[in-house]
Design a protein around this ligand. Structure first.
Ligand code: SAH
Length: 205
């Protein structure tokens, strides 16, 4: 997988390649589909969600330009696989997920694999996670229709946000936003396909 799908397509960050060579990706996938774990496409993980294609995970992680001391926020824990990749490379990681079922399952697995530095939160990622902000890097693994303002606000000076944006099946684009002082620079990395970032259900009154 690392050699044929990542290296050959130009992923150069050794830390990303090493992390993805180490992590048992099949463990993050429901058993009947585990035989597809190292294939070049997304795989369903239950609750109508998917674990992204290995290449897109490597590409987005490389775009974050992580340092070992970086504080990172992931929006969309899903299976926990991307969280494991981030935990191998960066410092403190918070990962927020709307589905309690997926978050609980990911937490059990990450604990079993020894990723103790990961804090999972159940909640709406549109709001980011203010208690642990600011973040040096934020990665969003589902697509909102526009960039959520709280995520930009929760970036540190020099912080990077990597996020797919756009409606489902109608041209999502991968962006990187870099904050320096009061300035935001935006880079476009072309077309991608992600599940939508869901609006949280309204709270019961
Ligand atoms: N990073 C995951 C893939 C996630 S798929 C992995 O490595 O497996 C996208 C995830 O985003 C899904 O698990 C979905 O439940 C979650 N999600 C969707 N909308 C959300 C929201 N508003 N806040 C937090 N998580 C959300």
């Amino acid at each position: 997988m690392v050699e044929h799908q990542l290296g050959s397509r130009g992923v150069k960050d050794e830390r990303v390649l090493r992390a993805m060579a180490r992590i048992p990706r099949h463990e993050f996938i429901p058993e009947p589909l585990q035989y597809q774990a190292y294939e070049d496409h997304p795989v369903p993980i239950g609750e109508d969600q998917t674990i992204s294609q290995p290449y897109i995970i490597a590409y987005m992680t490389e775009l974050l330009e992580l340092k070992e001391s970086d504080r990172v926020l992931e929006v969309g824990t899903g299976s926990g696989y991307q969280a494991a990749v981030l935990a191998e490379i960066a410092g403190a990681l918070h990962s927020i997920e709307l589905s309690e079922t997926l978050s609980r399952r990911a937490g059990a697995l990450l604990g079993r694999l020894g990723y103790d530095g990961v804090t999972l939160v159940v909640g709406n990622g549109y709001e980011g996670y203010p208690p642990a902000a600011p973040y040096d890097a934020i990665i969003v693994t589902a697509a909102p229709e526009s960039i959520p303002e709280p995520l930009v606000e929760q970036l540190s000076d020099g912080g990077r946000l990597v996020i797919p944006v756009g409606p489902r099946n109608a041209g999502q684009t991968l962006y990187k936003i870099v904050k320096s002082g009061d300035r935001l620079r935006q880079y476009n990395y072309g077309g991608v396909v992600f599940v939508p970032l869901r609006q949280a259900p309204a709270p019961l009154r």
